[in-house]
Unconditional design. Structure first.
Length: 138
């Protein structure tokens, strides 16, 4: 049923749960899995502080290794791509452009006032994507 599964990943425990769910589904459906991570965009001036760039590179390397480990552990082939842009936009765009059957994202779990005044990436993806979206609660 799900031939192509896209996972939104940011290294959080919620996105790790989403990855694990996607890998389990991929194993059941013999699916292809792609993991996308949205990286922050440079400051409008075009200047991107070196310190921030180094932190981001370290995070990408760390996440690449974690994803590779989880993929090998589950026996599923996974492609990981970091892309620049807002997470909800990047995930929805890749899902549309590459015709994914399912998008899997983690739930952020906001409460109280924060829930009233901010919208999570998962809710934006659900709202904006024309693909099936599975939100995994951690």
């Amino acid at each position: 049923m799900f031939r192509k599964i896209l996972v939104g990943f940011d290294g959080s425990s919620q996105s790790l749960k989403a990855l694990e769910m996607a890998l389990a589904l991929a194993k059941l459906h013999d699916s292809e899995v792609k993991v996308v991570e949205a990286l922050s965009t440079p400051h409008p001036s075009g200047v991107y502080p070196l310190k921030e760039e180094l932190k981001e590179k370290e995070r990408v390397l760390r996440n690449r290794e974690l994803i590779k480990f989880k993929a090998e552990e589950s026996g599923v082939n996974v492609e990981y791509i970091p892309l620049r842009g807002e997470p909800d936009y990047v995930i929805s765009r890749v899902a549309e452009e590459e015709n994914f059957d399912l998008v899997v994202v983690g739930n952020r779990g906001l409460r109280g006032f924060r829930k009233l005044f901010s919208e999570s990436v998962s809710s934006k993806v659900v709202e904006n994507s024309r693909r099936h979206v599975l939100v995994v609660k951690a």
